[in-house]
Design a protein around this ligand. Structure first.
Ligand code: PGA
Length: 248
C-alpha cells in the first residue's frame, strides 16, 4: 500500500488559500509524489478545491456527523463531504476529542458513517503528556483503538493516525525509538483485533512533522506516512515533506 502524506489545515484557510492548492497541483505535475497526497481544508473550501485540483491529489474533511442528514444545526454529514469532492475524513482528532468532548464510541459511529458515504476514515489516537509520563501511552492508545475503530475496518476503508497530543503544534516530537515502538504496538493491537485486516492498514505519524524531521520519521518501520498540521499550510513546506517519502 502506498504511503500517505495528509495535510490537516484545521480552521485555517479562506478562498484566497486555494492558491496553495493550485501551487501544490502544479508542483506535483512537475515532480510526481512517491506517495498518495491528501489535503483536508476547512469544509467550506472542499468543493472549490475539487474544481481547482481536478484529482491531482485527494481532498478530505476534518470531521463528520454520524447521521446522513437531519436536524443537526451546524453539522455536516459524510455524504455532504463526499458530494463536495472529499474522499477521506479525519475522525477523532484530539482537538475534536478535547474541545467537543468526542468519545471513542462517537468516533466509531462516525467511521461507519464515513464508510456508508464511500469515504476513507482517518482515525486518530494519541496520549497526553501526563499519560506518557505515567507510562500509560501504550495502554491509552490501545484502548482508543479498541473503542474508536469498528470491527469492520480494513486497510481499504481506514487509516490510523498516531498523534501524541503533546506533540501537536508544539514543535516537540517523540524520539524515533518512541515513534517506532508505538507504531509497532499499534500494529500488533490492530492485528489482534482485526486479524488480516489490521496487517496492512496504514499507520500515520502526526504531531510537529516538518521538512526537517520528515525524512527520519517517514523512514521508521510501520510509519506509513504523516498527518501534517501547521507545515501543510504552505505548499513549499508540504512539498518538502512529500518529497521525504522514499519510493517503495
Ligand atoms: P501539527 O498538527 O503538525 O501542527 O503538529 C498535526 C495535527 O494536529 O494533525
Amino acid at each position: 500500500m502506498a504511503a500517505l502524506v495528509a495535510g490537516n489545515w484545521k480552521m485555517n484557510g479562506l478562498a484566497a488559500s486555494l492558491g496553495e492548492m493550485v501551487a501544490l497541483k502544479d508542483a506535483l505535475a512537475r515532480q510526481p509524489a512517491a506517495c498518495d497526497v491528501l489535503v483536508c481544508p476547512p469544509a467550506t473550501l472542499i468543493a472549490q478545491a475539487a474544481g481547482c485540483v481536478k484529482g491531482a491529489f485527494a481532498l478530505g474533511g476534518q470531521d463528520c456527523h454520524a447521521s446522513p442528514k437531519g436536524a443537526f444545526t451546524g453539522d455536516l454529514s459524510a455524504e455532504m463531504l463526499k458530494d463536495a469532492g472529499a474522499s477521506y475524513v479525519i475522525l477523532g482528532h484530539s482537538e475534536r476529542r478535547h474541545y467537543h468532548g468526542e468519545t471513542s464510541e462517537a468516533v466509531a459511529a462516525k467511521a461507519r458513517a464515513a464508510w456508508r458515504a464511500g469515504l476513507k476514515a482517518i482515525i486518530c489516537v494519541g496520549e497526553s503528556e501526563a499519560q506518557r509520563n505515567a507510562g500509560d501511552a501504550p495502554h491509552v492508545c490501545a484502548a482508543q483503538l479498541d473503542e474508536s475503530v469498528p470491527q469492520e475496518a480494513t486497510s481499504a476503508n481506514t487509516v490510523i493516525a498516531y498523534e501524541p497530543v503533546w506533540a501537536i503544534g508544539t514543535g516537540r516530537t517523540p524520539t524515533s525509538a518512541e515513534i517506532a515502538a508505538m507504531h509497532a504496538h499499534i500494529r500488533s493491537s490492530l492485528i489482534a483485533r482485526l486479524g488480516a485486516g489490521g496487517k496492512d492498514m496504514l499507520i500515520l505519524y502526526g504531531g510537529s512533522v516538518n521538512p526537517g524531521n520528515a525524512g527520519e520519521i517517514l523512514g521508521l518501520p510501520e510509519v506509513g506516512g504523516a498527518l501534517v498540521g501547521g507545515a501543510s499550510l504552505k505548499c513549499d513546506d508540504f512539498l518538502r515533506i512529500i518529497a521525504a517519502v522514499n519510493p517503495a
